[in-house]
Design a protein around this ligand. Structure first.
Ligand SMILES: [Zn+2]
Length: 246
């Protein structure tokens, strides 16, 4: 029996600026959380309508398929890709999502990353998580402040993770979810060349996971970063997910 489970709450909510952001960084953590009986979900701020490859409809369909592979729920806020700002409308949209989903752990994009949307989504997510707990903030639904906020490290993190989670047993499943985004990551000669469709991008995901894994003597691991001291909710997640297979 999992002590993190709460019928009214999500155990873990991973937020991405675009569909596929979450699968780049923490697909393994989500898949493993589900395997351990936790309730996990993904929240995409946009459907990625301005991407070089793929339409919004196709990316949304791929995102739903990836969520199915990971065994998680998926929600879309439908903010305007690239043009969303850190204004009140966006903050309220995110606060309403936090208040309705009531996540115990929120995983945000990296605060330092090459894509400005990822940086904006990090700042917006941290602000909304805090303000979502303010009872008198003019926002619908009951207040809910996610007790634990963490974030991914981007593709070239400056510091090692604060916590690494063994995802070896779900690695194939996690990469199948990544590969569900064929419009973004498939290296096909007839499609426009993009950085993320280069085979080295995919290899980098596995390379980083193998490096983090080597630190805890596992084949693959994913990392999370957070404010210090490390919040109790993240330590509980670490303890639960790093247990040997059940
Ligand atoms: Zn992105």
């Amino acid at each position: 029996m999992c002590d993190m489970s709460n019928l009214d709450s999500l155990d873990i909510l991973a937020v991405g600026a675009h569909p596929d952001d979450v699968e780049v960084h923490v697909g393994g953590i989500l898949a493993k959380a589900v395997k351990r009986g936790l309730r996990a979900a993904i929240l995409d701020l946009t459907v990625g309508g301005l991407g070089t490859r793929g339409t919004a409809e196709l990316r949304q369909a791929e995102a739903l398929e990836a969520a199915k592979i990971l065994g998680v729920e998926r929600h879309f806020l439908d903010l305007p890709d690239a043009r969303f700002t850190e204004g009140e409308d966006e903050r309220i949209a995110l606060m309403k999502a936090f208040r309705s989903l009531r996540p115990l752990v929120v995983v945000l994009p990296a605060f330092e990353d090459h894509h400005p949307d990822h940086r904006k989504a990090h700042r917006l997510g941290r602000e909304a998580a805090y303000y979502s707990g303010l009872k008198n903030y003019p926002c619908p639904l009951e207040p809910w402040r996610p007790p634990t906020v963490a974030w991914v490290g981007g593709i070239n993190p400056a510091a090692p993770p604060d916590i690494v989670i063994d995802v070896s047993e779900v690695w194939q499943q996690r990469m199948a979810a990544f590969d569900a985004f064929g419009s973004q990551f498939a290296s096909e000669p007839d499609k426009p060349k993009t950085r993320i469709a280069h085979p080295a991008f995919r290899a980098g995901i596995e390379g980083r996971a193998m490096h983090w894994g080597s630190l805890i003597l596992k084949s693959h691991a994913e990392g999370l970063w957070c404010e210090k001291p490390i919040p109790e909710g993240l330590l509980r997640l670490w303890s639960l997910l790093n247990k040997e297979g059940i």
